[in-house]
Design a protein around this ligand. Structure first.
Ligand SMILES: Cc1ncc(COP(=O)(O)O)c(C=O)c1O
Length: 377
């Protein structure tokens, strides 16, 4: 029996054909027709006029934060329940992240805590330069509540949609919010280029700047001329060709992850102590990962024992994000937290959710889950 992974790459024949074609065309560079087409396709899916392919989601966040004007000595609010990338990106620019907790009803950045934090900062006279709202686990943050707060305080929004390609918020696509949004095409994402990312925006000059910075800030001259420090961050044409192949089946990828989520919900319906990450009424997630919480007082086990039980059946699962404010590297960073993300980290578990998981494998995970939950008959 083979190991079942959390979110393994799901690769079809279109990717191979498109990469073969790109090789045959000899566009083996961080420019080329596949990169242009991949950018146009992603811009269209996310409702943006501009998209710039880069080497990772982290690079996308770095460039987005630089372009909203984050500088050494600034502060940047970041959702604390996330992967380290947005906090790292702020740190690359010499800024200090301020971690704000999630709303229990969505697991996304809390508009109430954000408002409290910005009010306190306004009273102290030192406003953050930007807020990075992360669409955690493929569900959008609550933008209709976040954006008015940001507008009131005049703070820029960057949407970290790394996990959320294909999700919607009140009919608008993930990636369409904020002055900039970032996507990731890392191997575990719903659409992968093995490694890659994209900066999304709706302003031609902003997109030109991002493309310029991602290309070593090279001036458009025949010789190599540089007036600013840039980065080697462009996505290669070969990887973009692979990404185009992946993108063709985005609707099917989402549908499969939704079905997997539904199967877990059906199988664990009524299981004592088991709750699922809530699906907010304001949108449609892409169901990137299905996450549960395990209440040890009711489930007859705890998150870690359940995780190890799955591991013993060669099934990968993972604790939900360790909040950034608990990370040793950010021990000194300011925070406004209310225990939500700490609770989720203590009790949360992400289940295998990849679109490549077949029904037999899903049955295996469900059997192992039920076996690992003694309070479930
Ligand atoms: C929320 C979030 N932001 C940013 C990233 C960074 O993307 P990358 O790994 O492509 O740098 C990831 C995941 O990888 C992520 O989950």
């Amino acid at each position: 029996m083979s190991r079942i992974y959390l979110s393994a790459p799901d690769v079809g024949s279109a990717e191979r054909e498109m990469v073969d074609r790109a090789i045959a065309s000899n566009w083996i560079a961080p420019v080329g027709p596949d990169l242009d087409a991949f950018e146009a396709d992603v811009a269209s899916i996310t409702g943006r006029t501009h998209a710039v392919g880069v080497s990772s989601g982290t690079a996308a966040l770095h460039l987005a934060l630089q372009e909203v004007g984050v500088e050494r000595g600034d502060t940047v609010v970041v959702s604390t329940l996330t992967f380290a990338a947005p906090a790292n990106a702020a740190t690359y620019l010499g800024a200090t992240p301020i971690f704000v907790d999630s709303d229990r009803s969505t697991w996304q950045l809390s508009p109430d805590l954000l408002e409290e934090e910005l009010s306190a900062r306004a009273a102290g006279g030192q406003m953050p330069k930007a807020v990075v709202a992360v669409d955690v686990y493929g569900q959008c943050a609550d933008y209709d509540r976040l954006i008015p707060v940001l507008q009131r305080f005049g703070v820029a929004l960057v949407e970290d949609a790394a996990e959320a390609l294909g999700a919607t918020y009140r009919g608008s696509p993930a990636g369409s919010f904020g002055s900039f949004a970032a996507l990731s095409f890392n191997g575990n994402k719903i659409v992968t280029t093995s490694g890659g990312g994209m900066v999304l925006c709706s302003d031609e000059e902003a997109a030109r700047r991002v493309r310029y910075l991602a290309t070593q800030a090279r001036e458009p001259l025949p010789h190599y001329e540089h007036r600013e420090v840039g980065y080697n961050y462009r996505l290669s044409n070969l990887l973009a060709a692979f990404g185009r192949g992946q993108l063709i089946t985005l609707p099917e990828r989402i549908a499969r992850r939704r079905t997997i989520n539904k199967r877990y919900r059906e199988a664990l319906k009524g299981a004592p102590g088991i709750s699922f990450m809530p699906v907010a009424a304001y949108g449609e997630p892409n169901f990137w990962l299905t996450c549960i919480t395990v209440d040890p007082n009711e489930a007859g086990t705890d998150r870690e024992r359940l995780r190890l039980h799955l591991e013993s059946a060669d099934i990968e699962s993972r604790p939900t994000w360790k909040p950034m404010h608990l990370q040793p590297v950010f021990a000194d960073a300011p925070r406004r937290v209310d225990g939500t993300s700490e609770h989720l980290f203590e009790h949360g578990l992400c289940l295998p959710s990849g679109s490549g998981i077949d029904d037999g494998q899903l049955d295996r995970v469900i059997d192992a889950l039920l076996e690992g939950l003694p309070a479930t008959s």
